[in-house]
Design a protein around this ligand. Sequence first.
Ligand code: GYE
Length: 311
Amino acid sequence: MLTVGCLLSAGCGKKETGGDKKLTVGFSQIGAESAWRTANTDSLKDAAQKAGVNLVFSDAQQKQENQIKALRSFVAQGVDVIAFSPVVSTGFEPVLQEIRQAKIPVILSDRTVDVSDPALYASFVGSDFVEEGRRAGEWLATHTDGKATIVELVGTPGAAPAIDRKKGFEEAIAKYPGMKIVKSQSGDFTRAKGKEVMEAFLKSPDAKGITAVFAHNDDMALGAIQAMEEAGVQPGKDILIVSIDGVKAAFEAIVAGKLNCTVECNPLIGGTIMELSRKLADHQEVPRHVTSQEGVFDSANAARELPNRKY
Ligand code: GYE
């Protein structure tokens, strides 16, 4: 009875996306901290347009409080589905409960959250960050014969990719007694801060001993490359650099011999998010977790892949 009533009355049937009602998805993005993030935003906007979805896009400028405000405003607007990329993994439980009360399904885009009740979100679309860290560590072990004095450029403190990439990398190098991380500091996933932190590392009294950098993303690695060049150190040669994301600039740096390896993390997940949004709005089942196939690129295969890179 209720459904029929809703279908007949205009302005009703908020959750009915069949017929000619346009699907509205509220998306709270972290910001524009990296080339990866910009590619991710473009992917979401393109996919929404192609799918005929009304995307209410909000940029949190790296602040969790802005993100929570945006999520509350999506509830107030009565969007059909909420998707967001959580800047950090804790602190979202109360707002997720409010969203549940409003009966709006949630998709986590690219980063996960720590919540006591996993039913607070319907699906997570993103990569296995622990595996990415592991791949970076294994690449370095293979190319240094298991001997490296490593400095680490960490992502945003408390962010899932920063926590998990560190974990995976440490797990991989633990098998090699000759590999150790001697310094570890956050560069907040940005090129400018990656450069700043690397500059400080290079000025420290034990700088001469550094043989490798593990950067949690390409932007920080690119900043570190600049810092090395300014300090008269040859990036990719005097100090090996391995990072994560696989953005075009990283491929170019590999081809130029300045970056040694990038582990791919796919930002082009907009299409999947729109597809899942439609299903959730139509009360269909969706997979709990959607991951992408990702590669590892170094001087052996980067040049071949470079022309195909879209971001
Ligand atoms: O690696 C980094 C971005 O959450 C996977 O966020 C994403 C990360 C990505 O700022 O470049």
